[in-house]
Write a protein that binds this ligand. Structure first.
Ligand code: GLY
Ligand code: MN
Ligand code: MN
Length: 358
């Protein structure tokens, strides 16, 4: 059981600095983080003195099972009907709303129906709390990583000429779900031959051929927490160019991992890995950021190339450089790591030291 009450208390302590008397949490991942509720409709109103989880009748029984740390209130049709009496009774009228996810239409509707209430856009309050993972969260992530590692080991025998990208993607998904995953953390990416250079490829009916690079990027969820890993293999003996590309990506990935430590700005880690690829003259082939935070969402803060706030201990990030030669093939290697006070712990256990030739 996660400490929802403790999380709500930490959030409450941030309201004043954010210039609000209360916060209406509408981002469903944030709702889950704060209360334990998972479902398609739910909000949390957090005031300086209490918290209430709000949903519709479809989720009444489920909320009773899942929600802790907050009261539960059911509204028959509209959220605003449950909000209005609570806000009328509250002392402060400045209500924070999550501007990254609330639509303009939702905001306008609330503003129309809540006269006298000031809706204040706020950003990142809950997301910042989510960066540092609690031990129970890291346990769930570890479990999701282990299931993905096992699926990789198992699927290697299926990477043969004639197998298709879609078949292998489905194999990975079924294997992870049978092993106990809630579901996949994103649709598996299986790219073969020239399609391995499509960074976020959708698996096609293309059948593998001898000499293909095959890029597998996949993960699953356990208790809502995600894993995310990438390995690239080759069917048959590798060409010198494939091996050289792989070795460059691997050296970049190891340089990135070596640069991870609490206190380091993520762009410095990105730069450490990127420098290796640039020095090999392959910089143009690495157009994306080095990685991202992972937790209840597959992509969380920090974005390794963009977020300037330094890394913090116990946050979980990916390190995933790649080199993509459009029309020919691509290589990416992705591990998940937990940031430590000094250095980091690599969670992903699948081998990566040499390009696997199948
Ligand atoms: N699969 C998306 C990623 O690795 O970030
Ligand atoms: Mn990935
Ligand atoms: Mn990733």
């Amino acid at each position: 059981m996660m400490d929802h009450l403790g999380r709500l208390e930490k959030l409450r302590a941030k309201l004043d600095d954010a210039g609000v008397d209360s916060l209406l949490v509408t981002n469903l991942t944030n709702v889950r983080y704060l209360t334990g509720f998972s479902g398609t409709n739910g909000q949390v109103l957090v005031t300086t003195s209490d918290a209430v989880f709000l949903t519709d009748p479809r989720y009444e029984a489920r909320a009773g099972d899942l929600v802790s740390g907050a009261d539960v209130a059911i509204y028959p049709t509209r959220l605003v009907d449950a909000l209005k009496p609570r806000l009328d009774a509250a002392t402060g009228r400045r209500v924070g709303v999550e501007s990254a996810t609330m639509t303009l239409a939702q905001r306008d509707d609330l503003a129309d129906r809540l006269p006298g209430v000031e809706l204040v856009p706020v950003e990142g309050l809950v997301e910042d709390l989510r960066r540092t993972k609690e031990p129970g969260e890291i346990d769930a992530i570890r479990a999701a990583v282990e299931i993905a590692d096992d699926a990789y080991t198992w699927v290697i025998d299926r990477l043969v000429p004639g197998a298709t990208e879609r078949e292998v993607a489905l194999d990975l998904e079924v294997r992870m779900r049978l092993a106990g995953a809630d579901n996949v953390s994103f649709d598996p990416i299986v790219g073969s031959g020239p399609l391995s250079a499509h960074i976020h490829h959708t698996p096609s009916d293309r059948a593998f051929d001898k000499g293909d690079l095959v890029l597998l990027d996949f993960g699953c969820r356990v208790d809502g927490y995600c894993s995310d890993m990438t390995r690239t293999v080759v069917l048959g003996p590798a060409s010198d160019e494939q091996r050289e590309t792989y070795e460059t990506v691997l050296r970049a990935q190891l340089a990135g991992i070596a640069a991870v430590s609490a206190g380091t700005p993520p762009p410095d880690v990105d730069a450490a890995a990127r420098a290796v690829i640039d020095a090999a003259g392959r910089g143009a082939g690495f157009p994306h950021g080095l990685g991202h935070g992972v937790g209840l969402d597959i992509h969380e803060t920090p974005a390794m190339r963009l977020t300037t706030d330094p890394l913090v201990a116990a946050e979980v990030i990916t390190i995933e450089p790649g080199i993509y030669n459009v029309g020919d093939g691509g290589v990416r290697i992705e591990d998940m790591v937990v940031v430590a006070d000094s250095g980091c712990d690599v969670l992903t256990g699948s081998p990566k030291d040499t390009l696997l030739e199948l």
